[in-house]
Design a protein around this ligand. Structure first.
Ligand SMILES: [Ca+2]
Ligand SMILES: [Ca+2]
Length: 247
C-alpha cells in the first residue's frame, strides 16, 4: 500500500513542476537529496572536484578534496546584476502564464516566457498602459516586482542559469513594499524544474524574511524565483531578491 500511496502523492504533487493550488503550509516536494558532505578522495595532491561553486580547481588533501584556495563567495546577485539584456550575468527575466497553462503546473523547461524590456522594467510583451485591455501589473524591477491576475494570471520569474557546479545556497529576501492592503504575495523557488521552497509574506509585512535554501547546481542549472500573487494582485508591489552563494 505504501508504494501505491507514494505513487499517488508523486503524481499529485507534480514531480517535475509545481502545483499552484498547493497551500503554503503544504510540504514542499524535495525528493532529490541535498548533499553538503565533504568530498572524499584517495591520493594526496591529485586534482579533484570539491563541489564548491567558488573554487575552479581543487586537490586531494588527507582524504578530502579541498579548493585551491578554500573560498566562500557570492556568484550571482539579482539586484546589482539587473540588466536590460536577457542573459546578462546569467539572469533571464520571464513569466509564467498561469491562465493559459493547460495543466496549471509550472514546467520550468518549457513554460518560462520572456518578458520585454520597457525602459526600466521588464513586462509581458503584450503589455500596454492603462486603460488598455492588455494592461497588467506584472513586471520586474531591480529591487523586486509585481505579479498580475488580470487580464490573465501571470507571475514574473527571475531565472539564473548556473555557470558553476556544486553545493550552493539560494539566499532569498522578500517583503511587502506596498503596505496598503491586499492578500500578500508568495515566493516560489524552482531549481531544475523541482520546487525547493515557497513562503508567503502577508499584506502588511514590511520586514519579510531572508532565507538561505540549500541547492545543488550543475553547469546550466536553472534557478527560478517566482513571484506569486496568492489569490489577488491588489497592492502586491514586493521587494524581492536572490543571491547565489557557496556553502
Ligand atoms: Ca504547465
Ligand atoms: Ca496578492
Amino acid at each position: 500500500m505504501r508504494g501505491a500511496w507514494s505513487l499517488v502523492l508523486l503524481l499529485g504533487c507534480g514531480r517535475f513542476g509545481i502545483d499552484p493550488l498547493l497551500d503554503a503550509a503544504d510540504p514542499v516536494p524535495g525528493d532529490v537529496p541535498i548533499d553538503s558532505a565533504p568530498v572524499a578522495c584517495a591520493i594526496d595532491g591529485d586534482p579533484c572536484d570539491d563541489q564548491n561553486i567558488c573554487t575552479p580547481t581543487s586537490s586531494c588533501s588527507a582524504g578530502t578534496c579541498i579548493g585551491d584556495p578554500p573560498l566562500t563567495c557570492t556568484v550571482a546577485r539579482s539586484e546589482s546584476e539587473y540588466d536590460s539584456t536577457q542573459g546578462a550575468g546569467g539572469w533571464f527575466y520571464g513569466f509564467w502564464n498561469v491562465t493559459d497553462d493547460p495543466n496549471g503546473t509550472y514546467e520550468a523547461a518549457t513554460e518560462l516566457e520572456e518578458l520585454a524590456w520597457l525602459g526600466s522594467t521588464w513586462r509581458p510583451p503584450t503589455w500596454q498602459p492603462e486603460p488598455d485591455a492588455e494592461f497588467t501589473w506584472t513586471y520586474l524591477a531591480p529591487w523586486g516586482g509585481h505579479p498580475g491576475t488580470y487580464p490573465r494570471i501571470t507571475y514574473p520569474i527571475r531565472r539564473w542559469v548556473a555557470d558553476v557546479s556544486g553545493h550552493a545556497s539560494a539566499v532569498i529576501h522578500m517583503n511587502k513594499a506596498d503596505l496598503n492592503g491586499g492578500d500578500g504575495t508568495r515566493a516560489i523557488l524552482v531549481v531544475d524544474g523541482i520546487e525547493r521552497f515557497r513562503r508567503d509574506v502577508d499584506a502588511m509585512d514590511g520586514v519579510g524574511f531572508t532565507e538561505a535554501i540549500p541547492i545543488e547546481l550543475s553547469i546550466g542549472s536553472t534557478v527560478d524565483l517566482i513571484l506569486d500573487a496568492r489569490a489577488d494582485d491588489g497592492t502586491d508591489t514586493t521587494t524581492m531578491s536572490m543571491n547565489i552563494e557557496s556553502r
